[in-house]
Design a protein around this ligand. Sequence first.
Ligand code: PEP
Length: 253
Amino acid sequence: MLRKLIAGNWKMNTDRAGAVKLARAIADGAAKYSTVDLLVCPPFVNLVPVGEVVKGTKVALGAQNMYHEASGAFTGETSAAMLLDAGCSYVILGHSERRHILKETDADINKKTSAALAAGLIPIVCVGELLAEREAGQTTAVIRHQFEGSLAGVSAEQIEQTVIAYEPVWAIGTGKVATPQQAAEVHADLRKLLVDRYNSGSAEKVRILYGGSVKASNAGELLAQPNIDGALVGGASLNAEDFLGIAATGAAL
Ligand code: PEP
């Protein structure tokens, strides 16, 4: 079994003082969960102060997005090298809010994924279907399409350094969590896509996270499913006790 990764996506929340306080509470509580990996992804402007808090602890630092170019005239953008320099080891790419609100395409996400891997950052590549797509029976096809588009050209060696997050869009921030069976079905499809594209050895090294209204109260059942190797947590990651409750659940499995 892969070590579970519990990742907190703070989105566009927390001011500097709040981010530092939250990071400190998570880092203080995290030490006892030695069997899971923990990650926090604060807003860009709070990466450095949060990085100072989590440095030397078991909590890793990640960003919520990046740009694929290395440097230059790209106003408002942030490169992989800048994220590494700020202390990040992970970057979330293709989150559904970026796909649907900011209109990022699979091709955009693919360029970012390749740039992140080339720079030595671990990308967390998000995929997930809309409610209308699920209701139309298109979930498998949508996930396959996003997988193929977002991960085009990624080698077997690189995929082992990549995390995939399955986040059904209808479950994000809505309180409507996928049933463990619904999540497990898509995770099994993703594992098969990995085996078919690469090989079983590489496929088994890829952590596939579930995201969508994960809380301490529902994490146990989800994380116990085969092929669910952790959680990408939005709302519940903004409260240290809630986030650590999910970590505790993952650590106990
Ligand atoms: C997310 O932002 O990736 C997410 C899953 O949010 P929430 O946990 O609030 O549904």
